[in-house]
Design a protein around this ligand. Structure first.
Ligand SMILES: NC(=O)c1ccc[n+]([C@@H]2O[C@H](COP(=O)([O-])OP(=O)(O)OC[C@H]3O[C@@H](n4cnc5c(N)ncnc54)[C@H](O)[C@@H]3O)[C@@H](O)[C@H]2O)c1
Length: 341
């Protein structure tokens, strides 16, 4: 099988490419990525070295219909997986337009071309954040049937993209699937996001900026469990369906911070409290029973050991994240304290 992965130089996409090439020795991958501040070819240095025959990188935008059209004509992939996105909630508060352009119009551009080139499966990567937020004391979980109630520009752009994907299934019978996943953690996540930000700040003895609502919770999934879930959906998922992917493990920002500081043997005095980001969601929790029952997926990595492994990865890969931090604007957003959490 041949796959076109978009956004494969980012956090989840790069983990997915490595996962797929290791697992399927007859398959090949073309990675189309614009290399925004969030994309980094260093994330795939080992892949480019080890899979010269089966891996190709092309720099370009999912908004550039002519180039993507040519790429699809040349490589004729069976499957497209769309990871490409502007993904940082805090940046979306500052520049929402970029999010709607990439996440909505970029996805719609890909849908048109997937139709034209008769792609056998278009899988779209989405987020739990499209459903809105939950009160901290709620017993509710978001099922796939829950109405979409996005509250931030990032979430709204992801929600709009999901609607577009579904519309291409209903209207044109494009064979699509969608997955809505909870917060991911693991290696190669940009240091602007919560776990890498707090870990890298703590390693460097800098303060870790918690929002005042530090009891706000997120459901955390290791990126490799996410990759396995996407694999199952592509192979066995039903066309036209949406699958929630979550671990059921919720942690508050305060709890995560304590684990990070404890693992790195750093003092609690590094914690500082900053004003909440506008539209800051309190909590999301997915009901993932559909993928568990229908496709037999279960997360394999337990949160505490996965988090500790991730912290160790950042300790060992300091050059990687120091270079990422130096790239355009990362420091500015960090200082605002509007990190995704
Ligand atoms: N990180 C999470 O916790 C999480 C959870 C659920 C869903 N998601 C979704 O998963 C996907 C990947 O997230 P991530 O955390 O890896 O993001 P990321 O920001 O690390 O990576 C995004 C990648 O997309 C590329 N990109 C951006 N605009 C592009 C364009 N116009 N054309 C081609 N490439 C472009 C970037 O260069 C980057 O490599 C996103 O769609 C995101 O919404 C993320």
């Amino acid at each position: 099988m041949k796959l076109l992965i978009t956004g494969g130089a980012g956090f989840i996409g790069s983990n997915f490419i490595r996962y797929w090439l290791q697992r399927y020795s007859n398959d090949s991958i073309i990675n189309l990525d614009l290399l925004t501040y969030a994309g980094n070819l260093d994330n795939l240095a080992d892949v480019a070295r080890n899979y010269t025959e089966r891996y190709d990188f092309v720099q370009g935008s999912i908004l550039d219909a002519r180039s993507v059209d040519k790429l699809l004509g040349k490589h004729r992939p069976d499957v497209m997986v769309n990871f490409a996105a502007e993904s940082h909630n805090s940046r979306a508060v500052l520049n929402p337009r970029a999010f709607f352009e990439t996440n909505v119009m970029g996805t719609q551009t890909l849908l048109d071309l997937a139709l034209k080139h008769e792609i056998a499966r278009f899988h779209h990567i989405s987020t739990c954040e499209v459903y809105g937020d939950l009160p901290l004391d709620s017993q509710e979980k978001f099922t796939e049937e829950h109405p979409y109630r996005p509250r931030t520009p990032y979430n709204a752009s992801k929600a709009a993209a999901d609607h577009a994907v579904r519309a291409y299934f209903e209207t044109y019978h494009l064979p699509v699937t969608i997955s809505n996943c909870s917060n991911n953690y693991g290696p190669y996540q940009h240091p602007e996001k919560l776990i890498p930000l707090f870990t890298t700040n703590a390693i460097a003895d800098k303060s870790v900026p918690l929002y005042r609502s530090s009891q706000n919770r997120r459901e955390w999934l290791h990126v490799s469990d996410h990759c396995r879930a996407i694999d199952l959906i592509i192979q066995e998922g039903k066309v036209g369906e949406t699958y929630n992917i979550g671990s059921g493990v919720e942690k508050s920002v305060e709890e995560i911070t304590d684990i990070i500081l404890d693992t790195l043997d750093k003092p609690a005095t590094l914690k500082t409290y900053v004003p909440d980001r506008p539209g800051h969601d309190r909590r999301y929790l997915l009901d993932s029973s559909k993928i568990r029952k229908e496709l037999g997926w279960e997360p394999e990595i337990d949160f505490e050991s996965g988090l500790k492994g991730t912290i160790c990865w950042y300790v060992k890969n300091r050059t990687w994240w120091e270079e990422m931090c130096q790239q355009a604007g990362a420091e500015a957003v960090k200082e605002e304290g509007w990190e995704k959490r």
